[in-house]
Ligand binder design. Structure first.
Ligand SMILES: *Cc1c(COP(=O)(O)O)cnc(C)c1O
Length: 231
């Protein structure tokens, strides 16, 4: 379907044409493109790194830590999966941004591990916008409770929000969900605390990134369009 770059005879790794196209859109919209490399080999990440890509997203702690030791040190690793508290310590030394934070307990653990590593770790709060029960995220009431409890957490910074729209062919539904997150983002952007400074709105994946940028996303998490479908 697309002209994939073939690195060796049996492994199709990245779609260069698609990458350039998405990057151009991201640049125009002043959005950061996070290349989601979960389940993909380090050779695929290296190929994209050679094109200048520095931001990569991973979902699984063990996979991320293994890749991090094997790949260039200036890669900015985004953790985009559902993070368990007992695994924060493994990524705390190097993670660039944690996208899916959805509880105070997790935030407290990130703060603790960040402190141990003498770091301030930027986090995005995951907001529940989809109709689907299976998706994670905070509602506004939970969000305000977390904001009230932030003061002692001096080693984290809430740098934005993240959301996932419903998996739906109805673009109006997806658009409405992204729009509701953008409104919430704009509202809470007014709030300026030492460790709460909203800058990033992480929304949009392979299937809905165009709608996401139209609705104000400035951080895209795209996997399969760049690396091919995951098995
Ligand atoms: C896998 C994943 C993506 C990328 O999905 P694609 O549809 O392959 O672009 C983005 N965000 C999250 C949270 C993911 O788990």
């Amino acid at each position: 379907m697309y002209p994939f770059l073939v690195i060796n005879s049996f492994e199709v790794v990245i779609n260069t044409a698609q990458y350039k196209q998405i990057l151009q859109l991201a640049d125009t919209c002043k959005a950061t493109l996070v290349a989601v490399s979960k389940t993909k080999p380090t050779s695929a990440i290296e190929a994209m790194y050679q094109l200048g890509q520095k931001d990569f997203g991973e979902n699984y702690v063990q996979e991320l830590t293994e890749k991090q030791t094997q790949l260039p040190a200036d890669i900015r690793w985004h953790f985009i999966g559902h993070l368990q508290s007992n695994k924060v310590k493994f990524i705390a030394p190097f993670v660039h941004l944690i996208h899916g934070v959805d509880s105070l307990k997790l935030l407290q653990e990130i703060n603790k591990q960040a402190q141990k590593n003498s770091r301030i770790i930027p986090c995005l709060l995951q907001i529940y916008i989809a109709k689907e029960e299976t998706k994670f995220g905070l509602d506004e009431e939970e969000l305000t409770k977390i904001i009230e409890a932030l003061e002692p957490l001096t080693h984290i910074n809430i740098a934005g929000f993240m959301g996932m729209a419903s998996f739906s062919n109805d673009t109006n539904v997806v658009r409405k969900e992204f729009n509701s997150l953008k409104k919430l983002f704009d509202k809470y952007k007014q709030l300026n605390k030492p460790n709460f400074q909203l800058q990033y709105l992480s929304m949009g994946m392979s299937g809905d990134y165009q709608i996401a940028v139209e609705e104000g996303s400035n951080m895209l998490r795209i996997g399969s369009l760049l690396f091919g479908a995951r098995s």
